[in-house]
Design a protein around this ligand. Structure first.
Ligand SMILES: N[C@@H](CCC(=O)N[C@@H](CS)C(=O)NCC(=O)O)C(=O)O
Length: 212
């Protein structure tokens, strides 16, 4: 018998949502184990990830670190093969740059949200001011080129680029670090992708510990 799959993460985390959307789109059933305390320094609270990062996929005693790695393992576990566009399948240079900027923006969002909202560090530090400027620039770049980027993707059921972009955009609305209002094309994309059942069943929320 195959061991159960378990995702350790947070319902409020965009990297976690990326893998949960993949799991649902691929028809792979996973248990979910929330991490309540992001300040914990105990790797056991992160399913053994020594980097103290989320999400983590556990398969019996095996563990997989990192959202993209996890998506690949989920695709291998899918009951039906699906056409997935992975970053290396993208040939168009704008679409390649778009993926790089989405990964960058997701990390910048972690830096800003964890640094300012969780750790309560001063927002006027150049560390955050520069991260916010780079994030706004990346969003403006993506907004201007979105239609060409999407058109350049090969035929597919699912792409890492679209799911990661969707999870980023909804997270920017959930934990506001920079305003999303200037980016109308991105907003339209998020609205359309958000109609999927996988998107609607993974909306962001803060996990509440039992009895909390
Ligand atoms: N490269 C990692 C990045 C994951 C990441 O940054 N996760 C955030 C949650 S969205 C996290 O662990 N934050 C806690 C921290 O940075 O200490 C991946 O692809 O999974």
């Amino acid at each position: 018998m195959k061991p159960p799959l378990r995702i350790t993460g947070r319902s409020s985390s965009h990297f976690t949502r990326l893998v949960r959307v993949f799991a649902q789109e691929l028809g792979v059933t996973c248990e979910f184990a929330p991490v309540y305390d992001l300040a914990s320094l105990d790797a056991r609270d992160y399913a053994g990830n020594p980097a103290l990062k989320l999400p983590v996929l556990s398969i019996g005693t095996a563990t997989v670190f990192g959202a993209e790695n996890i998506c690949r393992v989920l695709a291998e576990a899918a009951p039906q093969p699906r056409r997935i566009v992975w970053p290396e399948d993208v040939r168009d240079l704008r679409a390649r740059n778009a993926q790089e900027l989405v990964w960058h923006a997701m990390q910048a969002q972690v830096q800003l949200a964890f640094g300012m909202q969780v750790a309560k560090l001063p927002a006027d530090s150049v560390y955050f001011v520069k991260a916010a400027a780079g994030l706004r620039n990346a969003l403006a770049w993506l907004d201007q080129r979105l239609s060409a980027v999407i058109d350049a993707l090969p035929p597919r059921d699912l792409s890492v680029l679209e799911v990661s972009l969707f999870c980023l955009l909804e997270h920017l609305a959930f934990r506001v670090t920079v305003p999303l209002a200037p980016y109308a094309h991105l907003a339209a994309f998020a609205h359309e992708f958000g109609q999927r059942a996988s998107a609607q069943s993974t909306t962001y929320r803060f996990d509440v510990p039992p009895g909390g």
